[in-house]
Design a protein around this ligand. Structure first.
Ligand code: SF4
Length: 219
């Protein structure tokens, strides 16, 4: 038996738990550090450069982002908001602060705007193009809809910064309201777990906490 998880969840926590509860335990309960990687640092630099450009704090983009000048300039003509850290309580009500008590879900939105009654939420992704998981897209759209209950339609866009692709998916408000229950069911086991069972798989090869990487896991 170990202590339960009491912090807020987010998509990457849900994803980690579903991969391996033991990994979740090491990362989010024991909070054992995970080394950064060149790919993570590169992604974070790209996000920062875009945020600077969108907010007008930088006049140009680095060379590896120049093909995004036009789409970003179009985005700038909308009434957009960039880089928002959002916190929601268990009723999916947006809270003022990402760290305030009662935050149940944390979500980050790279950019969003409302036009003609539709909310568009945008996530910038670095690295190879991969169709995002349905869950990742849905959760992004649900969070957008919870933040803007006045809109009836939500478009989730994933901009793949390296490949130049944009993945989009549209939802209606009733669809998103119905989908909430699915995520409540998904995360309930995370808050009920006190065993944090290891589920070894081929993914152990890349796990920071594996025995081969000198970590505390027996696999
Ligand atoms: S090495 Fe494998 S079993 Fe151990 S925590 Fe990592 S993913 Fe889980």
């Amino acid at each position: 038996m170990s202590k339960p998880f009491t912090d807020a969840w987010g998509f990457s926590k849900l994803d980690t738990y579903r991969d391996c509860p033991k990994k979740f335990f090491f990362q989010f309960i024991q909070k054992l550090p995970q080394p950064s990687s060149p790919a993570m640092e590169r992604g974070s630099d790209m996000h920062e450069a875009i945020e600077m450009y969108l907010n007008g704090w930088a006049k140009t983009l680095p060379e590896n982002l120049t093909e995004w000048v036009v789409p970003l300039d179009v985005l700038k003509t909308k009434d957009f908001q960039a880089e928002q850290a959002l916190g929601f309580d268990k009723n999916w009500t947006p809270l003022k602060d990402w760290f305030q008590s009662g935050v149940w879900l944390r979500a980050k939105m790279d950019a969003k705007y409302i036009q003609d009654g539709m909310l568009t939420v945008i996530d910038f992704k670095s690295g190879k193009y991969r169709v995002p998981s349905t869950e990742q897209v849905e959760l992004y759209a649900i969070a957008g809809s919870a933040l803007h209950p006045e809109v009836e339609k939500v478009k989730a866009e994933f901009w793949f910064l390296d490949s130049g692709d944009i993945y989009t998916r549209d939802y209606t408000k009733p669809e998103l309201l119905q989908l909430r229950k699915k995520y409540e069911n998904y995360v309930a086991p995370i808050y009920a777990d006190t065993v944090w069972e290891a589920t070894p798989s081929s993914a152990c090869r890349w796990c920071t906490y594996s025995k081969t990487k000198g970590g505390p896991c027996k696999f």
